[in-house]
Design a protein around this ligand. Structure first.
Ligand code: ADP
Ligand code: NI
Length: 210
C-alpha cells in the first residue's frame, strides 16, 4: 500500500519534534490497536481506520499552531494520493471530532471507523503507557505532579480543561472516565484492565506521598 507509506512519511515529518507524548510511537501504537479492533468488526473499513489513525494528531490544536493550515495540508495530501472526496471527507470528519476535549460539551456521533480510532487513541492514554504519557505531558507543560489541596475539576468545557491541573488530578478529570466512554466491546474490556492498573498506581502514589 503505497498510500500508507506516503502517509507515514507525512505524519513522521509533522510530529517529528513532539515532546508531549504525541510522537510517532504513539501513532504507531494507536494504528496497531485500531487495526486489531477493526479486524474483529466486519462492518469497518480498514483503509479509513488506518489512515485516520495515522493522521489523528496532525490537526490537534494543542500540538499545532494553526489547525486551519494543518487541515488544508492533510486534505491536499489525501487528494494528491488520489483518495476520493468521499473517503477524504470521512477521514476528516473522524479526526476533527474524535478528541476528548471536543466531546466535553457536545457529543459527536462517529461512524464505526471513527469509533474504532477513538477507542484506540483512548486506550493509549490509559494503563502503564497512559501513566507515563500523563507525567510526560504534565512535565512538558509545567504542571505539578500532585497537590492534595487541589481537588479534581468537574463539568469542564474545553477552555477550562486546557487550564493547568496536577497530573494526579488528570486521572480523575479524564483517564479514569475513559473505560465507560469506549465505543467497542473489545476496547471496553481492555480499558477496564488498564483502569485497575492506574487505580493501583494512584493509590500507591498517594500512600507514598504521606
Ligand atoms: P484529546 O486530544 O483526545 O482531547 P488530550 O489532549 O486530553 O486528548 O490528551 C492526549 C494525551 O495527553 C493523553 O495521553 C492525556 O492523558 C495527556 N494529557 C492531556 N491533558 C493532560 C494533563 N492536563 N495532564 C497530563 N496529561 C494530559
Ligand atoms: Ni492521539
Amino acid at each position: 500500500m503505497d498510500e500508507i507509506a506516503e502517509i507515514i512519511n507525512f505524519v513522521e515529518e509533522q510530529l517529528a519534534d513532539d515532546q508531549t507524548g504525541h510522537d510517532f510511537s504513539h501513532i504507531k501504537r494507536v494504528v496497531k490497536i485500531a487495526e486489531r479492533l477493526s479486524d474483529a468488526i466486519p462492518g469497518s473499513n480498514q483503509m479509513i481506520v488506518l489512515v485516520a489513525a495515522y493522521l489523528h494528531d496532525v490537526i490537534d490544536d494543542k500540538l499545532v499552531e494553526n489547525t486551519r493550515t494543518q487541515k488544508k495540508l492533510v486534505i491536499d495530501k489525501l487528494t494528491e494520493l488520489d483518495f476520493s472526496s468521499e473517503y477524504t471527507n470521512q477521514i476528516m470528519n473522524i479526526i476533527e471530532h474524535m478528541s476528548y476535549n471536543k466531546n466535553l460539551v457536545n457529543h459527536y456521533q462517529l461512524d464505526i471507523n471513527g469509533q474504532i480510532v477513538q477507542d484506540a487513541d483512548r486506550l493509549d492514554a490509559i494503563g502503564a503507557i497512559g501513566i507515563a504519557r500523563a507525567f510526560y505531558f504534565g512535565g512538558h507543560f509545567g504542571d505539578t505532579m500532585y497537590d492534595p489541596n487541589q481537588l479534581p475539576r468537574t463539568n469542564m468545557d474545553k477552555t477550562e480543561y486546557r487550564k493547568h491541573t496536577t497530573v494526579i488530578n488528570h486521572f480523575y478529570e479524564k483517564l479514569f472516565k475513559l473505560p465507560d466512554l469506549m465505543n467497542t466491546k473489545a476496547a471496553r474490556k481492555l480499558a477496564a484492565q488498564r483502569k485497575k492498573y492506574m487505580e493501583n498506581f494512584v493509590n500507591e502514589f498517594k500512600d507514598e506521598w504521606q
